[in-house]
Every structure is written in structure tokens, then in C-alpha cells.
Design a protein around this ligand. Sequence first.
Ligand SMILES: [Fe+2]
Length: 725
Amino acid sequence: MAETELPITGYLDRFSHRPGEAFTAFVSVRDGGRYRARLVRVLSGDPNPAGPGLRFEDLAHRFDQSFAGRRQPIHRGSYGRVTAGPVRDTKACTWTVLVRPGVVDAEQTLLADEAGDASIVLLIGADGASARITCAGSTVEIATGTKLRAACWYRVWLAVDPTSGHALIGQQSLDGAPVTAETSGRALVLPSRGTVLFAAEHASAPRRHFTGKLEDPAILRGFVAAWPAVGATLDALPGDLLAGWDFSRGIDTQMVHDIGPHACHGQLINVPTRAMVGARWTGREQCWRHAPGDYGAIHFHADDLADCGWQADFTWSVPDDLRSGAYALHLTCDAGEDWLPLYVLPKRQGPHAPIAFLASTFTYQAYANHERSRIDDGYYERVAEWGAYPYNPYDYPIYGRSTYNRHADGSGISFSSRLRPILTMRPGFLTFCDKNGSGMRHYPADLHLLAWLEAKGFEFDIVTDEDLDDEGVALIAPYRTVLTGSHPEYHTLGTLDALAGHTGQGGRLCYLGGNGFYWRVARDKAAPHLIELRRAEGGIRAWAAEPGEYYHQSDGQLGGLWRRNRRPPQMLAGVGFSCQATFEGTYYRRLPPSYDPRFAWMFAGIAEDVLGDYGLSGGGAAGFELDRADPALGTPHEAVILARSENPLPSFLTVPEELLTNQISINGEKIEDLSRGEIVYFDTPSGGAVFSVGSITFCGSLWRNGFEGPISRLLENVVRRFAAG
Ligand SMILES: [Fe+2]
């Protein structure tokens, strides 16, 4: 195969399991041949020669096997499939659908009806709406010849009289006149009880995927040449409805419902986006649950990927005595290697360590295969020089993109799956060619913290966002303290409730990142491998959800920022997002309250007033994304600001959700003064406590010539106290 695929890669059924449970591995070997899979514990993920290194503990004695490999294909592109369409007589028939194209130049299939050697395919492309009518080995093609405009609603239809061979293709915009073309010739045989596809054709190997919205696909008895208003509902269409698929039904499912007499229901594949405003949306409602009829569109994308669907290669049962921690299955074949990261939880009944690290797997998943529009100069040279993870998603679109990317029509990617290779979630993966440090984010950046915990001799367990969402506060109740990673940005109501429950019943929390607890994501328990995200209304956004499309299809709840959903990050952590920069950092300076004898334990051994003017992430502990306290947003009155970032760099800018106008901030402070991060501490009424650092780059500064320096000392003091009885 071309080098559009890794030599060897794969994914696991879940990111985490407990002892006694089994991981299932799905592996693809590009060129075939044997491969080896062996267990390693991931000790450190930073290949920077000036840092803690890329280090693994070989656990081959636990698991080390060789297997026959095979290439496993990936089929991107969402579509709908009805296994058996309506039975038809030999009379005239019309296929129609409302379409809002996202991309108009490429030839893409809107609807296909395929039965044996007879098929009808309705398409759009450079020639506008077109159709291919195939029977008995020959094909009639017909096109309107007028290109559609992107992002405008049209009705497209094909009417065929099989007896005369007369066919008519038409397209009509919401406010325009119909454009049609006709042909006639020999008698035709039309498909009956065929497989009907939406947004693709060729049921046995779907192709020519469509990017854009479809609504109300239907098959009508009769030769329909004129239509009511474009927005007419399925039951108001002329002709008898043989089948009509109402996409406003079952929005929170992957089913499509036929309201016609034969109930030819179907399935969606690769999770296109639902709860999308259709041609009839008036603006009277913003939530699809309140007016489902306004939300009759499905947005299909040629690059959607919900699940690679590979064959399972092997399973590995977690041994009963394996400690909780970060591990990986190291895969090697003749042409290369890869790592499949995994976490082992402690046994449900314990014993538990006093500390739990909460791996930000929802955030890792939101950023999975984030393609940056530009790779920094020198990136690949550094990767080679340092022996960093060699593959970048920029070069491998086949594994699907992240929720930071867009589809071909500019619409945002709102689903991310973990059932696919995730190149950004690998030990040694560099995000940036950081001139001041290692340039790591997310999974590998959080290994700074794990390596530090190990070096300091702390006993810790690991749990993940997904476990916390599934199991609630009971999962973390055994722990004296929970530690987050550098960027716990994406949360469900379940994970926020669990963390608030923990601090509310005497637990302690170290929030060791920036821009945390920021976006709301939704999950569907029927598809636990997916997270859904709507980038609604405001915030620092990679794209914007369209008006009317702010409510998740998975749970019907308003998406967007938690600060607009009753749960600003300050309520849980004392600080919340305030400043966005490029990947660079400065330092904190201690404030007078930090010298209060009450906090002597926290600053024991720290002579410095300046904290973290060094580090492996952006060169400083206060950088990239910074959070500050704000009582108006929920910072508890007891919270003390111990240190504040200083000397902001030119790239440090206040986030837009803090602004009323370009000159006025919401809380009345000068806009530039909000470009700061703060270290905050507070006790909770139940005897719990929260320590928050408000910076993504903080954990990068745990390292200085080994794990020493005031940042390491500060955190060590806090974690020792929090982990004590
Ligand atoms: Fe982020």
C-alpha cells in the first residue's frame, strides 16, 4: 500500500480495564507479515534530551507474543443504508430528496437504489443534479447542467416512466425556478426492493460519499414533474409515497425511519451529524427536542469515521497482580513500530493507592489526530534527531481527524471516536517544535506528571474520564486526592458531578492544568467509544456550530461552554479560563498570602519568590492557556490566590468570553489585566481541599535538571499533604 498508512498500528476496545478484564487489540500491518506485541509500562514520554526521556519498563515476561498480521482497511464516509426498499410495480416512479450541498464540484451521490443489475443513482457535481439509470448492462445518464450553489437548499428529483423510457432530472432552490433536463429512449427496468443508500452508492463497497445535508429522501409512485414549495413535508408531496424517510425521527439514534406504507427503515453508518436544522427551520426553536420537524436534516461527510471496524487480532487479560498505571502494547514488524497506550485501573475492591491520576481521555479523544494547518519549521528534523514518535496526523488523514478540524465543506467535526489509531496519543508525540521546550501536549505531556510521581515515590492509581463518567463519584471515593493532567478540558455532567461530589465529601483535588472543565461533551451509552461536541456560541473555538445546532443529538442537552451551562470551572477548581497564548510561558510570582503561616507547609523549602521561570513546556510554568479566580464565576470565598503569572508575552490575550466589547470586560477589569494565571487554594466545608495551578504548562516545569526546583517542591508539598490521612 502507499505510505498513506502506518507500517503497523491499531487500537484497543477501551482505553482502560481492571485486572481480570481483557483488552482486545485491533491491528493492521500495512504490508502483511508477522508482528510482535509486548507489554511495556510507560514511565516517561518526553524524548527531549534535556528532559526525563522516553522511557519504558519492559514487561515482556507479562505479555510477549508474535502474530500473523494483515492489512485492515478503513472506510471513511457516513451514509444511510436501507437493506430492502419498497417493492414496486412497472409504473412510473420518482426519486427525490432535499439537499444542501457542502461541496459542489466533486461528483457525489445523494441517493442510490440498487437491485441486481438495475439501479438508480441520483448525484450532484459540476453538472448540477444528475442521474444514472442502469438496467440490463446499459446506463442512461442525464444532468441538469446547472451547478448548485453550496450551502443552499434544493429539491432534487428524478422521474422515470419505464414503459416509454422517458426520464426527467430536476433541481429547484428554495426561492428559484426549477431547472430540468429530459431524455427518452427504450423501455427501462427499475429496481424493486433494492438496497437504498443515502449519501453514497454501491452497497457492497460504498463510494462517492456526499458532504452536505440531506432531508426527506422519498420514492413516489408516479411521474412527478412539478413540486409544491421546497419546504413541503413528506406527506404533502405529490404522488403516492412508496417510501419516505423522515430524518426528524429518532434523532438520538442511528436509525432512519420510513413513514411510508412498507416501513423500510434503515441504519446510519459512520455517524453523520443529526439534530441539524433542515430546510423548514424557522428559528422558532433552538432545541431539536422542542420542534423535531425543524431538524429533519442529516449532515453527511465523506470523511466521517466512527469505528474502523477491524477484525480483532488478540486479547490480553490484565493479570490480577498488575498494579494500576500507564502501560502500552508495543507493536513491532519489519517495517516499523507503534504503541497502543492503555491504563490499568486498580481492582474494584482495592487496594487503592491514596492518589488517583485522572487521565483526561475525553480531551485526548477530542484532540485525537488533530491536524494542524502548518507543521512548524524544523519539526521533522527535531523528531528524527530526538527519536520522537515519527508519525504526524498531518500526513495520515486516513485515520480521521479531530474535533479541532473541519470537514471538506468547512463544517466542524463534532464526533470523535477512540476505535481508530490515534497518532497524537502516543509516547513521544510532539505537537510543536517548541523553541523553549519539548512541545508536548495531552497524553505525552501528562506523562511529565506520572514520571514525577514515580520519581518522588508516590503510590498512585490511574482512572480515566470515561470510567468516571460511567461509574460516578464511587470510582474516586477511595482516594484521598485526585490529580488532573495538564489540560482536562472536556467534561460531561457526569464527570463534573463526580469531581464535585469528591471535593464535596472531604476529597482533595489538584487541578494541574489550564483551560480545564471548559467544553461540554455528550455521550451515548449505546456508542461509548464516541464523544459529541457542539462548539456553540462562544469561547476559544476551532470552528463554530451553526445557529440552531447547539444541542447535542446524543443527549439533547445544550452544548458549548460549561460556564454557560451552570458550571463555570471556577465552581469546582477555583479558577477558569482567562488567557490564551501561543505555546510559551512565563512564571508565577508569589503573592503576600503565600507567606501566611497557614501556608508554610505548602512553601516549605521554597526560598524563591518567582516560581517556574523554566520548563519543558513552552519554557515557563505559566503559559499557553491560563486560568484565574473570579468570585462572580463561582470561585469560593475561602479561596486564596497564592501566586499569579507575571510579565505576559505579546501572544498572551484575554479570551473572548470575558469581553463585552473590544474595550470592556465582563467583570470590569482592564482587558489586558485578565491575561493572567493564578495558583489558588481553598478548603471545602466538608474537609476537602482544592489546589489549582491554572496553567497548561505547569507540569512541564516539574523538571529542572531532574525533578527539582520550586514547582516540583510546591507540588510535592501539596500532594504529600493531600495524600496523607
Ligand atoms: Fe484545549
